[in-house]
Design a protein around this ligand. Structure first.
Ligand SMILES: [Zn+2]
Length: 81
């Protein structure tokens, strides 16, 4: 187990800088001041999931727009002779 201080890292709990240590084997961060510990995932999947969600919303919005246009065209102009 090799633990090193992370230079310039700020603890998310107590906000103290240079108090976070990282375990080189498990990638677990630990604050020596408040005892905060956090396991850092190797890949950052949370950020990727957020990005995937955004385009999904776009598709939903597009579908909604199309759905709105269809009934409006038939109701607003009933007899277009
Ligand atoms: Zn802390």
């Amino acid at each position: 187990m090799t633990r090193r201080f992370i230079a310039g890292a700020v603890c998310p709990r107590c906000g103290e800088m240079d108090k976070l240590m990282v375990d080189s084997e498990t990638d677990e961060r630990e604050c020596v001041r408040c005892g905060y510990s956090d396991q850092r995932p190797r890949e950052a999947p949370s950020e990727l999931r957020t990005r995937v969600n955004r385009p999904a919303r776009r598709v939903e919005a597009e579908t909604e727009t199309v759905t709105l246009i269809d009934p409006a065209a038939g109701t607003d102009k009933p007899g277009r002779s």
